[in-house]
Structure formats: C-alpha cells, structure tokens
Design a protein around this ligand. Structure first.
Ligand code: ADP
Ligand code: MG
Length: 284
C-alpha cells in the first residue's frame, strides 16, 4: 500500500507549510473533499530508511480515533516517490490562532464567557494529547495554528509533526524550521523530544488563548533561550490571576510552562487536576 497512483484530484492550494504544501482535494471515487499535505522526502539523507519510518509513523496516526483529533484517512507516496501525501479531514472553519486573534481584537482580556470557551477548548486538546501519549504517540508540533475548530466549535488536534521529524534528518540550510515559540527549552537545546515537551507546548496554547501572546516573544532561538534564562515564567503570567477562573488557570500554566520538564504535569496528571477533572464529562 506504500505507493500507488493518487485517487485524489487537486482542487486548490490551501496553504504553504514549512515542509510542503497543503491542498484541498477531491476523492475521485466518492466526490468527498479532504485536505492533503504533500511533504517532500526526495532530498533526505538515507532516503529509504527515512521514508520507511515516516510511513510507519503515519500508520500510527491512522489508528488514532478521537473526536478531538483531525482524522487521517490515507497516507501514500506520490507517483514520483518524492513526496509523502497525507489525506485528512478538511477543516473549513479555520484554526484556533485566527479565532484568538479575532477575540483579542475585540477586547484586551477575555470575558467570563470567553474564558469558559477557552477552558473547554483546553480540556478537549488536553484529552486529545492524553489519548496520544497513552499510545506513545507524540505530537511534536502543538500550536494554535495546528488546532482546528469544527463548525460546532469543537477543537481538534491536527497536523502531527511527522514533517518536523523528517526535517531533522534532512540536510537543510536552516537550523530550526517553523515557529519556535511553542518549543520547550529542552527541544530548543536539541535534546530528545519527549512527552513533556508536548505538555510545554500545550501550556503555550493555553497562554496564547488567554493573552493573545506567545509566552516569550523573541527574535530568534537564541533570544528565546536568553529570555527563558532571565525569567522563569512568562512576563504576563501574573495577570492571569485577575481573570475569571484565574487562580486555577495560573496553577495550570505554572505546571505546564515549567522550564524543567520534570516540574510539568503529564497529560494524565492534567486530566486529574480538580479544575479539569470535573469538566471532562461535559466534553465527552
Ligand atoms: P505548517 O507546516 O506551517 O503547519 P501546513 O502545511 O500544516 O503548514 O499548513 C498549511 C496551511 O494549510 C495552513 O494554513 C493550515 O491552516 C492549512 N491546513 C493544514 N491542515 C489542514 C486541514 N486538515 N484542513 C484545513 N486546512 C488545513
Ligand atoms: Mg500546520
């Protein structure tokens, strides 16, 4: 099943990612529309090995089934064997990043109803992450741009960082590709990626939803690492205490954005946090 002719007709390009393009496609048999990501794998060192492991990992993603994860339907190589194609649900309602920007344009700090909505999204994404971590699948690229909103406002985790993994074995000019703001300090220091790094990124997502900002605004990775050394927590974290549900949100931010991975809660730990625990049933 690893390579075959594509049964998908490209309708238009949705956007350009750091590792490839994303297209709106149509399944020629059923007429159904999907989003298809094409990731270039031709220039990789050890191409055969890298392609195998990418396909294997994509296979893992196909087994993830949760209301809070964008469904991956199909994975294959294109005809020329230069790209991995990942066919997933098309999320037409935009991503969390755009939604947050619209919130923030309206008012500096979110209303109580908006905070309640943010908490619901956070619980949904935390649950999705718990579901993955329980199966030993890491996300690796958790950020508000990779969380999509369904028409019924449910948040879905999309776009797992397979591409990022591939990139690390590619001979690329840039040292780190993509947005570094959500990367845990240990990842910036090129330590092995572990579950706790996803938790740090999850904390960044919550922080951005609440403040409209990244925890440490920075010019580049060195600047980012410098700012982390200078202050143990993001500058505006104290203001969260004044928000509706502020005490609990502050506590969760401290336990996800901790610079030392050992000080962060696990996804399971987050789900048993009293503030989250009694909200789980409501989302299921
Ligand atoms: P990046 O590497 O920056 O995450 P992507 O290739 O994931 O870039 O995404 C490129 C564009 O396609 C983005 O605008 C993103 O919102 C959009 N996109 C990605 N996946 C989907 C999807 N499943 N449904 C709709 N749009 C998507
Ligand atoms: Mg993306």
């Amino acid at each position: 099943h690893s390579h075959r002719r594509s049964n998908y007709q490209q309708l238009r390009k949705i956007g350009q990612g750091s590792f490839g393009s994303c297209f709106l496609v149509r399944d020629t048999k059923t007429g159904k529309q999907f989003a298809m990501k094409r990731i270039l794998v031709a220039n990789v060192k050890d191409a055969a090995k890298v392609k195998d492991s990418a396909l294997q990992e994509a296979g893992l993603l196909r087994n993830l089934s949760s209301p809070f994860i964008v469904e991956l339907h199909d994975v294959f190589y294109d005809e020329e064997q230069t790209h991995i194609c990942m066919v997933m649900d098309y999320c037409s309602n935009g991503d969390l990043h755009d939604r947050i920007q619209r919130y923030i344009a309206e008012r500096r700090t979110p209303s109580k109803a908006q905070v309640a909505q943010i908490i619901t999204w956070f619980v949904q994404i935390t649950y999705a992450l718990y579901y993955c971590h329980d199966k030993n699948v890491l996300h690796r690229d958790l950020k508000t741009q990779n969380i999509f909103l369904r028409s019924d406002n449910i948040a879905q985790l999309g776009d797992f960082g397979i591409a990022r993994e591939l990139a690390s074995s590619m001979e690329m000019a840039q040292t780190v590709v993509g947005t570094p703001y959500f990367m845990a300090p240990e990842v910036l220091r090129r330590r092995p990626y572990r579950k706790a790094a996803d938790i740090y990124s999850l904390g960044c997502v919550l922080y951005e939803m609440l403040t409209g900002k990244y925890p440490y605004p920075a010019r580049d990775i060195n600047d980012l690492l410098h700012k982390m050394r200078v202050s143990k927590y993001p500058k505006d974290i104290e203001t969260i205490k004044t928000y509706p549900f502020g005490a609990d949100l502050y506590d969760i931010l401290k336990k996800t954005l901790a610079l030392d991975p050992a000080d962060r809660l696990t996804a399971r730990g987050l789900l048993s946090h009293p503030f989250i625990k009694h909200r789980i049933q409501a989302i299921q």
